[in-house]
Design a binder for this molecule. Structure first.
Ligand code: AMP
Ligand code: MG
Length: 478
């Protein structure tokens, strides 16, 4: 295990070296010991405090090698070449014994050449939201960047109002975004684009170098990974909120958390980002927006691929997404993995949830009730007749599949979480943290690390939002 700085070294003319600007009275508030162990960080930093000290050590290895990456992106459909790490720094790449590479990236590290009008900082509220969401998604089996630690401080950072400044270290395969490739293509810096492709293939997809056309295979891989990710978001009711191409990872992981939300009440057109006036990133738009983003990325492949090849890669998106989504939804209802013809039942169920404004997660969990019957299903809805008719068809389909009930319920409980990160739960944890206690954050992280288990002692965390938490306006500023 050792630290690498390959992005900084191999693409040195595409980054800026920047020192970390320390925060006033920093404190290590949350540390993900399990993740540290998983990425073998323990060997390098035997204790969390060592990492913490190293961060603020001007001559330390992390500080000396920290860089801001340059990228651009399509924001709400419009091209913006002015983006880059405006407040985040890539500290190092951790290479594990199995040669897996993990970027360590510090968010809220201060100004960089790409900060534009920003202060380079992050606030406690948004770093907690990112920490909670990435760990919650991970436990649900949804690919995501991870949270390694959160540093709170006494620094005042100004947003709509004065807030507490904080930093977060996240970890993931790489921080290469669609917007990296777009930037060097759109600004006609084709040599740099070529270096970025070479670096990406060599470092992250070496197996593709043996393919007839590595560029084609890379695009295909990104298309498929993105489709798989979106299928999961849709199945678990996750709304990202800011699917700009600079927030899209080439690894198909959930990336850059802003005003995201897990659905409470099922509303397919739900918009979690209050600045998104046209609903571009509404829940039910995510599948088509991801394809739009892949199209934007594909332009950067045009120096290497014909239009026919690009079309061939992109057309795989829809089929893959539909297949994956159908399989995931099938599992939620207890159908066989290779079950077919179940999407009418799925869609009728979703229509019923939407019509009667039922809670997405609780409704699916109801289907895993050991003693489910027609009465219970009818009681859950307002439109009893429709619910009963749906249940009758559902039972008929289950009978057709003939999976033993016990076996089926086990699989269903592994596909239908009892606990999700509802916005009001995150807000409760933030309120406590702003008063100085991270106990609620830790408790919530514990509950969400086993989202499929009953954990009866934590029943209150499975509840639908109280009145104040139902129409929360999550600030876009972070
Ligand atoms: P985001 O909305 O977080 O995806 O950020 C979009 C762009 O704005 C990226 O280039 C960020 O680095 C930059 N940015 C966001 N917040 C700040 C900030 N407080 N200071 C400097 N740059 C920022
Ligand atoms: Mg971003």
């Amino acid at each position: 295990m050792h630290f690498d700085h390959s992005y900084a070294q191999k693409l040195s003319n595409m980054v800026s070296q920047v020192r970390i600007s320390p925060l006033l009275e920093p404190e290590l508030a949350l540390y993900n010991y399990q993740l540290a162990e998983d990425i073998e960080l323990k060997n390098e930093f035997s204790q969390a405090e060592t990492l913490f000290r190293e961060l603020f050590e001007p001559q330390g290895q992390l500080n000396q090698h920290a860089i801001a990456q340059k990228y651009g992106g399509h924001q709400f459909g419009g091209w913006n070449p002015e983006l880059g790490d405006g407040r985040g720094l890539l500290l190092a790449e951790v290479i594990t014994e199995k040669q897996t590479s993990w970027d360590l990236h510090l968010k809220g590290a201060g100004k960089t050449p790409y900060s534009r009008f920003g202060d380079g900082r992050a606030v406690l509220r948004s770093t907690i939201r990112e920490y909670l969401a990435s760990e919650a998604l991970h436990s649900l089996g949804i690919p995501t960047s991870r949270a390694l630690c959160l540093i709170s401080s006494q620094e005042i950072v100004y947003r709509e109002q004065p807030e507490t400044g904080a930093m977060l270290i996240r970890a993931c395969q790489s921080h290469i975004r669609f917007g990296h490739f777009e930037y060097f293509y759109q600004t006609k810096q084709l040599d740099k684009l070529d270096n970025l492709f070479k670096y990406t293939l060599q470092k992250h997809y070496p197996e593709l170098l043996n393919h007839d056309n590595p560029h084609y295979s890379l695009l295909e891989q990104i298309v498929l990974a993105t489709a798989d990710l979106i299928a999961k978001w849709q199945a678990y009711g996750f709304c990202h909120g800011v699917m700009n191409t600079d927030n899209m990872s080439i690894h198909g992981i959930t990336f850059d958390f802003g005003p995201y939300a897990f659905l409470d009440t099922y509303a397919p057109d739900y918009i979690c980002n209050h600045s998104d006036h046209n609903g571009r990133y509404a829940f039910d738009q995510q599948p088509s927006v991801a394809l739009w983003n892949l199209n934007a990325l594909a332009h950067a492949f045009t120096p290497y691929l014909s239009i026919e090849q690009i079309k061939q890669a992109l057309t795989q998106y829809e089929t893959r997404l539909q297949t994956q989504y159908a399989e995931l939804m099938g599992l939620k209802f207890g159908f066989k993995k290779n079950s077919s013809n179940h999407m009418t039942l799925v869609n009728d169920w979703l229509a019923l949830l939407a019509q009667d404004k039922r809670d997405y997660t609780q409704s699916f969990r109801l289907l895993c009730d050991d003693n489910l019957n027609i009465q219970k299903v009818a009681d859950h809805f307002i439109d009893r007749a429709k619910a009963e008719s749906w249940y009758t068809s559902y039972i008929a389909k289950l009978a057709e599949e003939s999976i033993p009930k016990n076996e089926r319920l086990v699989t269903m409980k592994e596909a239908n979480p009892k606990f999700i990160l509802r916005n009001y739960l995150a807000q409760n944890a933030i309120n406590e943290a702003e008063k100085g206690s991270f106990d609620e954050c830790k408790r919530l992280l514990k509950v969400l690390s086993n989202p499929f288990d009953e954990q009866p002692e934590f029943d209150r965390y499975a509840q639908t939002p109280p009145d104040w938490g139902q129409s929360m306006e999550i600030s876009c500023s972070s």
